[in-house]
Design a protein around this ligand. Structure first.
Ligand code: GLU
Length: 277
């Protein structure tokens, strides 16, 4: 086919438009540190996990993850009222970091190699372990092995606990939802026999409904919570690691847990060692 002048002009115009869109799109997105220098940050948290990340009312958020997020933001020069908290469900954390919808994520986010393929992690700032939440009167479920008997267990899509049960206890009937609060509702109505995720998350739900649920209290994995951030942003990772270390050293880390985990029976553990990889 011969390309005439009009066609050539058309092709050029299209190429220019694509190039211009790409350039404009690229210029729009600022790095997390640039946003912080401008005085604002968008931080991903959970909205429905009592003791960790809970949206209490419009603009009011509470929990250990929220306190860690605020502490880090403060070290980056951002005041708490200039933080926009955005809900980051378990399955969306990597994509929301990659797309720049959030500057970083503080949301009971376990560090693992698969996730490290897409995002980087500062921390760890807390170490939890997978456990089970059951009805207070339940005497059948004493650990993940009890799930062999066709028991129905609920967890969250895209979470490490859901994956662990599906891989290691394939005979159990795993129900996945988008959030743990939906799982706890299913446990309340008897639609499932157990909820599985990190002990510290389950303890928050148990404390909200005294006498109703109990933790099996035998953790069977290690979940190191990190602050997820854009892959390759070494400066941000270093800065956040320094902030986590400062929070541990000046007593704020311990105080935040004492406040957030009050009533759960959780005692403050030895602080984890930050991994400067
Ligand atoms: N820490 C686990 C994870 O990152 C479970 C908690 C959660 O889903 O946020 O998958």
């Amino acid at each position: 086919m011969k390309i005439n002048r009009a066609m050539r002009l058309g092709i050029c115009a299209t190429v220019l438009m694509v190039a211009a869109t790409a350039a404009c799109g690229g210029a729009e997105q600022k790095s997390a540190l640039e946003n912080a220098r401008g005085g604002t940050l968008t931080i991903g948290i959970k909205f429905d996990q009592p003791g960790l990340g809970l949206r209490v009312a419009d603009g009011i958020y509470r929990g250990f993850d929220v306190d860690v997020a605020k502490y880090v933001a403060d070290k980056l020069g951002v005041r708490p009222e200039r933080i926009t908290f955005k809900e980051t469900p378990s399955a969306q954390r990597e994509s929301m970091i990659e797309s720049g919808q959030v500057d970083f994520v503080v949301a009971t986010y376990s560090i693992n190699d698969k996730r490290k393929g897409r995002v980087d992690f500062a921390g760890p700032y807390y170490v939890a372990g997978q456990d089970l939440l059951v009805q207070a009167a339940d005497t059948d479920i004493t650990g993940p092995h009890s799930l062999f008997a066709g028991k129905r267990v609920c967890s969250v899509t895209g979470s490490t606990p859901a994956l662990y049960i599906e891989r290691n206890f394939p005979q159990s009937r795993v129900q996945t939802y988008d959030s743990y609060s939906l799982c706890v509702e299913a446990l309340r109505t008897g639609a499932v026999d157990a909820v599985t995720t990190d002990n510290v998350i389950l303890a928050g739900y148990a404390a909200q409904s005294p006498g109703r649920f109990k933790l099996v209290n035998k953790t069977f994995t290690t979940e190191k919570y990190g602050i997820g951030l854009k892959k390759g942003d070494t400066e941000l990772r270093r800065t956040i690691n320094d902030a986590i270390e400062a929070m541990i050293l000046d007593g704020s880390w311990q105080a935040a847990q004492e406040k957030s985990f009050a009533g759960t029976g959780f005692v403050v553990p030895q602080p984890p060692l930050v991994d400067h990889y």
